[in-house]
Design a protein around this ligand. Structure first.
Ligand SMILES: Cc1cc2nc3c(=O)[nH]c(=O)nc-3n(C[C@H](O)[C@H](O)[C@H](O)COP(=O)(O)O)c2cc1C
Length: 182
């Protein structure tokens, strides 16, 4: 396959979404892609200049960053025309019965509101690391964890991400990209 330019646009606050995107990079590169990572809500490159677009967003206080929907609304045509995919990262997805696009409430809500219906959708468990959070965030997320029967010990540092599933998602994306280029 000739080198294909992939734009990975992501939205997160504490670095885990970025880490998930970085974990996808070598998988895509093995398939001959050149990967550009770009964080929302900063200025992102024009997706029309890329061959494929991958979008990832973490949930914060029950929502993806509004910049995610703004990006989708602005670039809907490009997202629909090119190989593209979306994944969400959240702590609810740590629960086995809520870790698929069909069962995860945030992904379901996303698909109901997004004008773009991605060809490929994923959801991965996030990271819980109280020590990294600003004080207000620490208490908000602790309350959310208490309500959801998650870890509330402020020393908790736990990664709920299934890294094999992350790699499989990137493999599937690369395969679709190759298939659509053929
Ligand atoms: C302030 C804050 C609020 C969060 N709110 C939610 C939430 O409402 N539901 C949820 O499932 N996860 C929630 N999370 C978990 C994040 O989605 C998860 O930690 C993710 O890995 C964060 O990615 P980031 O490091 O890229 O910001 C929250 C995390 C933080 C820090």
């Amino acid at each position: 396959m000739s080198a294909r330019n992939v734009l990975v646009v992501y939205s997160g606050v504490y670095g885990h979404t970025h880490k998930v995107c970085e974990a996808m990079r070598p998988v895509l590169e093995r398939h001959g892609a050149q990967v550009t990572l770009s964080a929302l809500p900063d200025e992102t490159p024009d997706p029309a200049a890329f061959d494929a677009i991958l979008m990832g967003a973490a949930i914060r206080n029950g929502k993806h960053n509004p910049a995610v929907l703004e990006f989708i609304e602005r670039h809907r045509g490009v997202l629909e025309d090119k190989p593209s995919a979306f994944f969400s990262i959240n702590l609810v997805a740590r629960k086995p019965h809520k870790n698929t696009p069909e069962t995860n409430p945030y992904v379901k809500a996303f698909l109901q509101t997004s004008p773009w219906q991605p060809q490929q959708v994923g959801v991965f468990g996030g990271r819980l690391d109280y020590r990294r959070y600003r004080p207000f965030d620490r208490w908000v997320i602790r309350l959310i964890m208490w309500i959801n029967k998650g870890p509330t010990d402020l020393d908790t540092q736990v990664d709920f991400t299934d890294w094999d599933a992350v790699a499989r998602f990137a493999e599937d994306f690369a395969a679709r990209m190759e298939g659509q280029a053929a």
